[in-house]
Ligand binder design. Structure first.
Ligand code: GDP
Ligand code: IMO
Ligand code: MG
Length: 425
């Protein structure tokens, strides 16, 4: 069976975790294809709330094989801690497999992420300080250490020796820091992490291709989102991987013709964590109410998220960049108490209106949204489970988005719980 991608169409935290979990009930594999523990995917099952960082959401479905693909960067300590916490909560983690080609986040990556942010001062990006950027930079510079290197101590220590020499020079001479101790890193990675991770390390590309040939269902779980994409996002205020649909191929090893469904997840309003342009950003009471009702705080970092109105200029671009075949709208219920709901349909840049995303960064920074106003429904949606039960004004809002995006909306989230959604199929 062709594979499905679930990805974020905005600036992250759209609710990818919730819908991936929902769709995982019908698949055999759930694959994370990029990012690392900068992600925080929340799944609420009754009284239980899971905030997954590195482990694919499929772990919560007992028949699914969760796969960490080659495109992911892995902090082994974080992964092992996450697995341990999940196991202690009764989740079977024995099915988890990790690509040997994925790169490792090393202690110097985290340290350099923190230091670079400090060095940038008011120009900082607001990264999650997890070492993501520096790890991907080493991958591109071909000095990264890979998961498979954990299976060969000689190779691992040779690579570490070379790379640490350079990193320690940078730490000392640029940032005036103490050097990192090579033997401590070796003993952590070899004596502690390698024995525990070794049984999980596999040829995930081969496994996925064999599964595909057998007709098994594969779901590719995006982290971050389209406008945090290294190539297509609001550079430099982006992450260092490709969350867009092309990244699902490079980060899993599946080819583009093996994917036939791309579900773009979009929050019914907008949020963003960290720095960067945000044309529909709100301030004041409306922003505060969105933060309060939507509980808009980072799943892992706890940072307050910036909020704004839904932006069709961004979404049209996201649909195009990812070949989105259907849209899943989340958190519609958060808008239940707003008498007026705005949607940006165009931008105004230097007095000119445009429906397209300005390609030049300076124009994007100057873009002012042109809004269309909708009357709110002022009703509780959290118990609505069918399209017919949705209030007229909510259906009008969704129909407008669908018409503008020229892609069907197939799922609508009406609460954080697994069963709080409306299926439009
Ligand atoms: P992700 O990173 O895209 O998986 O999203 P996060 O988990 O970081 O943030 C989404 C938040 O919204 C989580 O707390 C979810 O439990 C919650 N959520 C997801 N869908 C809905 C929904 O339809 N309604 C409400 N009220 N909350 C939702
Ligand atoms: P999920 O998968 C929201 C943001 C950071 C920062 C920028 C770069 O939960 O949607 P990084 O640490 O990746 O180098 O930070 O990207 N960011 C996210 N924002 N959701 C995420 O993941 C994010 N992962 C990174 O806040 O602005
Ligand atoms: Mg998140």
């Amino acid at each position: 069976m062709p594979a499905t991608v679930v990805l974020g169409t905005q600036w992250g935290d759209e609710g990818k975790g919730k819908f991936t979990d929902l769709l995982a009930s019908d698949v055999d594999f759930v694959v994370r294809y990029q990012g690392g523990h900068n992600a925080g995917h929340t799944i609420v099952i009754g009284e239980d709330r899971f905030a997954l960082q590195l482990v694919p959401t499929g772990i919560l479905n007992s028949h699914v094989i969760p796969v960490i693909g080659n495109g992911v960067v892995i902090d082994p300590k974080v992964l092992l801690d996450e697995v341990e916490v999940l196991s202690s909560r009764g989740v079977d983690t024995s099915r988890l497999i990790i690509s040997g080609a994925a790169h490792l986040i090393m202690p110097y990556h985290q340290e350099l992420d923190r230091l670079t942010e400090r060095y940038l001062g008011k120009n900082k990006l607001g990264t999650t300080k997890r070492g993501i950027g520096p790890a991907y930079a080493d991958k591109a510079s071909r000095i990264g250490i890979r998961v498979q290197d954990l299976l060969d101590e000689k190779i691992f220590s040779q690579k570490l020796e070379v790379v640490l020499k350079e990193k320690n020079q940078i730490l000392a001479k640029v940032y005036n820091r103490l050097p990192l101790d090579e033997s401590k890193i070796l003993s952590d990675y070899f004596d502690v992490y390698a024995p525990k991770l070794a049984p999980m390390i596999s040829d995930t590309v081969g496994i996925l291709h064999r599964a595909y040939k057998k007709g098994q269902e594969i779901l590719l779980e995006g982290a971050q989102a389209t406008f945090l994409d290294l190539d297509h996002g609001t550079y430099p205020f982006v992450t260092s991987s490709n969350p867009t649909a092309g990244g699902a191929c490079t980060g899993s090893g599946l080819g583009p013709r093996q994917i036939d469904r791309v579900i773009g997840v979009a929050k019914a309003y907008l949020t963003r964590v960290g720095a960067g342009p945000f044309p529909t950003e709100l301030e004041g009471d409306v922003a505060d109410l969105l933060v309060e009702r939507g509980f808009e705080f980072g799943t892992n970092t706890g940072r307050k998220r910036r909020t704004g109105w839904f932006d069709l200029v961004l979404l049209r671009q996201a649909v195009a960049l990812n070949s989105v075949s259907e849209i899943a709208i989340t958190k519609l219920d958060i808008l239940d108490v707003f008498p007026e709901i705005l949607v940006a349909t165009q931008y105004e840049v230097d007095g000119e209106r445009t429906s397209d995303l300005p390609y030049h960064q300076s124009d994007f920074h100057k873009a002012r949204p042109v809004y269309k106003s909708f009357e709110g429904w002022m009703e509780d949606l959290t118990k609505v489970t069918t399209k017919e039960e949705l209030p007229y004004n909510a259906r009008t809002y969704l129909s407008f988005l669908e018409e503008q995006l020229e892609v069907p909306i197939t799922l609508v989230g009406t609460g954080p719980e697994r069963d709080q959604f409306v299926s439009f199929r």
